[in-house]
Design a binder for this molecule. Structure first.
Ligand code: GDD
Ligand code: MN
Length: 415
């Protein structure tokens, strides 16, 4: 079903410049206010259509819009027939709720604007930023204009620490894992682009990250980020849940595979080859790290005089000393495994190996300092200890890996 408040005078003579597509699910408290705010801010020079794509919201969002459209039509006729308006509102009623991306794509299908703007209904995306994005797109007609939280001037208000960390981590993963480094906020739900850019691409991931998919599949399209302040919704509930996070993980994987299969440009292929090599070495490094932990644990355990049970195993070295020996031995085994296996360095000349060894231990010390700093920062900021510990170890190990790759084994970082 599809209903339309068309404006005879305008739609006949003018071309719609912008279609603003707003997916909604249970947004009855926001939607009409949002439409009015957008209309208020629109430049009069262009004809704009607002398309609400509602997935049969139980709270009646779709009908609310429907009534609003009828009312407006009525009012228009009563007040004056010749009054020209620069905005039309449409509503697309979908029968199933099968996610944000399909809803957006249905909106795109029903739109007639030369350009398309995608935004949320819950005021997280401020209506005032829309005219700015329109203007920017007009100045750079063949690009993607992204409302960005992570360029200078942009920020996020109202998100709990946990969601902030999640979002930053996800953006980081996307930017570096999928090589969309050029964009600071590839997960933005607010963006504007020529309609054909979004029409001609087959969207095949589930979930939220439609912009990410467009960016990964069109590396050559220029982008521009406009800062804005993302404010978490004041009314209604976020639809972001565990499922969404899972979908995200799946999407990243699919897009990554897409990059590997499609072999678009040779540069891209090379990049992918390198990232695979890089990731495989990271994987080996982590594995060696885990082997080190086990060795460390076993040695510390065997050497120590178990105080609690007074079981004497191999010796009765004081347990702290035992642990230091355990750490030293595991650091040494880590070094040799990494040299031989991770970095495939099979040269064992004494002088150079000793130099590498010292460097390796030095880098481990730096890693330890980083780990403690991150841990301290996160725990002080009320992130639960168990989560902080995982993040701290993961980040420190990765930095450690990069340092060793570059300085101890003298490899290029990205290879
Ligand atoms: N039609 C339809 N169907 N609309 C949906 C659906 C759906 O299944 N799920 C969510 N929406 C609508 C909501 O009504 C809202 O207008 C918009 O999509 C965003 O949903 P929220 O639930 O408010 O998402 P969020 O605030 O957690 O996430 C936002 O920020 C992310 C950035 O971290 C969105 O902008 C994401 O797109 C963005 O990636
Ligand atoms: Mn929201």
């Amino acid at each position: 079903m599809f209903s339309n408040r068309s404006n005879a005078e305008l739609s006949n003579s003018n071309i719609v410049t912008f279609s603003i597509i707003i997916p909604t699910y249970n947004e009855s408290e926001n939607i009409l206010r949002l439409i009015t705010e957008i209309e208020k801010n629109l430049p009069t020079s262009d004809l704009t259509e607002i398309i609400i794509v509602d997935d049969n919201s139980p709270d009646g969002t779709g009908n609310l819009v429907e009534n609003y459209i009828n009312q407006q039509n009525h009012a228009n006729q009563k007040v004056s027939r010749t009054r020209t308006r620069n905005c039309m509102v449409k509503v697309v009623h979908r029968t199933v709720k099968n996610g944000l991306i399909p809803a957006i794509m249905d909106g795109v299908k029903q739109s007639s604007g030369r350009n398309v703007i995608i935004m949320d209904a819950d005021f997280s995306h401020p209506p005032e930023v829309i005219p700015k994005m329109m203007q920017e797109l007009k100045m750079n007609p063949n690009s993607i204009i992204i409302g960005s939280r992570y360029v200078e001037g942009g920020k996020v208000i109202g998100w709990p620490k946990k969601r902030k960390i999640l979002s930053t981590g996800a953006s980081f993963l996307a930017r570096f894992g999928l090589s969309v480094k050029r964009v600071k906020d590839p997960m933005s739900g607010l963006f504007a682009l020529p309609r054909e850019f979004i029409e001609n691409i087959s969207i095949d991931t589930k979930g939220y990250k439609i912009l990410l998919e467009i960016l990964v599949k069109n590396k050559e399209i220029p982008t521009k980020e406009i800062p804005y302040t993302f404010t978490d919704r004041r009314s209604g509930k976020s639809k972001m849940d565990k499922g969404v996070i899972l979908n995200y993980a799946e999407a990243i994987w699919q897009l990554y595979r897409h990059g590997q299969k499609s072999g678009q440009v040779t540069i891209n292929e090379k990049l992918n080859e390198r990232s695979v090599l890089f990731l495989s070495k990271v994987g080996r490094y982590y594995t060696v790290g885990i082997s080190g932990l086990i060795i460390n644990y076993i040695i510390s355990f065997l050497l120590a005089n178990d105080v609690a049970n007074s079981i004497r195993l191999l010796s009765n070295v004081w347990y702290l000393e035992a642990s230091i020996i355990g750490a030293a031995i595991s650091a040494t085994s880590n070094f040799f495994f990494n040299k031989y296996w991770t970095f495939e360095d099979r040269q064992f000349e004494v002088g150079s190996t000793a130099r590498q060894y010292i460097s390796f231990i030095g880098m481990s010390a730096i890693g330890l300092i980083i780990q403690i700093a991150i841990l301290y920062f996160m725990v002080e900021n009320f992130v639960p200890y168990r989560i902080s510990l995982i993040v701290a170890i993961a980040v420190a190990t990765t930095i450690n890996f990069i340092l060793n790759k570059k300085f101890t084994f003298k490899e290029k970082v990205w290879a």
